[in-house]
Design a binder for this molecule. Structure first.
Ligand SMILES: *[C@@H]1O[C@H](CO)[C@@H](O)[C@H](O)[C@H]1NC(C)=O
Ligand SMILES: *[C@@H]1O[C@H](CO)[C@@H](O)[C@H](O)[C@H]1NC(C)=O
Ligand SMILES: *[C@@H]1O[C@H](CO)[C@@H](O)[C@H](O)[C@H]1NC(C)=O
Ligand SMILES: *[C@@H]1O[C@H](CO)[C@@H](O)[C@H](O)[C@H]1NC(C)=O
Length: 289
């Protein structure tokens, strides 16, 4: 159980942004949410045998409701089994199953720096959790730090999709925003350029020493079905959101269906720089556009 998988001890403030109108839930409902998480956490401790990590987020498209037990649902199970089997060895798979109105398209990808074993565990969790969380939808997506999985009853391969985004940001701010943002911008430009080089398969990562004691780490990744130009577009949209959601934050993540962008003031990608893990008291924001 990694610190990343569970945010229970923190019970972070949960903010829902719907069409740019900020709705803060009432204090009481936050407490209930927190208690609920603690109960789930305790249940988790009691059921170690069947453990499966919490995702960073999921999207169940409510306009694609289907019945469980139907042909489409059976084809989704087929797709998930295939993705679980094939993704770890290559880190990326797209596949389709079924015919006509029951055809399903699936995509799974692991973060380019994670091991085959971590990839396998992540995809297993994803295939279990996505069916529990979106049991009646033909279009569903699930995000973890180490992997992403998606299926739909229409093709989405090669298309940039930034309609649904999840943002995680550190509640702490940097002390020197001016120079920090300059360094962050330069590092982002560098790794975005790296990500669109064909041999990098959509992955860019790097670090920048801000001082003898502080290092900035950043990673970007597109899904491998995207062309270079589409990858560049997705990453540009993600980084353009920095002023809104990541402004001078010590760490931030943007999770889209087509790309992932993250920076932290501690090492988080492999090979890990050291054993150090920084504070990551994060807040989650969900955005539909
Ligand atoms: C789909 O089902 C959910 C409940 O599972 C419901 O809230 C939602 O309104 C349904 N959507 C449509 C378009 O019927
Ligand atoms: C996908 O499934 C939904 C729900 O059954 C249906 O409304 C929609 O038309 C389907 N889309 C395609 C492209 O088949
Ligand atoms: C960080 O800055 C934001 C405004 O940019 C502010 O709302 C927030 O309270 C600050 N966080 C801390 C821990 O000072
Ligand atoms: C990391 O931890 C291992 C053992 O847990 C230790 O041997 C190693 O020296 C540590 N590395 C650093 C950079 O602290």
């Amino acid at each position: 159980m990694s610190a990343e998988g569970f945010h229970i001890p923190l019970c972070p403030t949960f903010i829902l942004l719907h069409k740019k109108h900020l709705t803060l839930r009432k204090f009481a409902s936050k407490i209930m949410h927190c208690l609920y998480k603690i109960i789930i956490f305790l249940l988790f401790l009691c059921t170690q045998g069947a453990k499966s990590e919490d995702p960073l987020g999921e999207f169940c498209n409510q306009n694609t409701n289907i019945s469980t037990g139907g042909k489409l649902s059976a084809n989704i199970d087929k797709i998930l089994a295939e993705l679980a089997l094939k993704t770890p060895s290559t880190g990326f798979v797209t596949t389709t199953y079924g015919k006509n109105q029951d055809q399903v398209y699936g995509l799974a990808q692991c973060r380019g720096d994670v091991s085959t074993e971590d990839c396998s565990i992540c995809i297993q969790d994803a295939t279990k959790q996505i069916r529990q969380r979106c049991p009646n939808q033909a279009d569903a997506r699930i995000w973890y730090d180490y992997c992403f999985l998606r299926y739909a009853n229409k093709s989405f391969f090669g298309e940039v999709d930034t309609t649904f985004g999840i943002f995680y940001f550190n509640v702490e701010n940097v002390s020197d925003p001016g120079s920090f943002n300059k360094e962050l911008g330069a590092l982002m430009d560098h790794i975005r350029a790296q990500a669109v080089m064909p041999k990098e398969e959509g992955l860019g990562k790097g670090k920048s020493m801000l001082s003898p004691f502080v290092t900035l780490y950043a990673l970007v990744q597109c899904t491998r079905d995207l062309s270079e130009i589409n990858c560049a577009q997705c990453l540009a949209i993600a980084v353009n959101n920095f002023p809104t959601f990541c402004n001078s934050r010590k760490g931030c993540r943007v999770l889209y269906s087509s790309c992932y962008v993250r920076y932290e003031l501690y090492p988080f990608f492999f090979p890990l720089d050291s054993n150090h893990t920084g504070s990551s008291n994060t807040v989650r924001v969900v955005v539909y556009t």
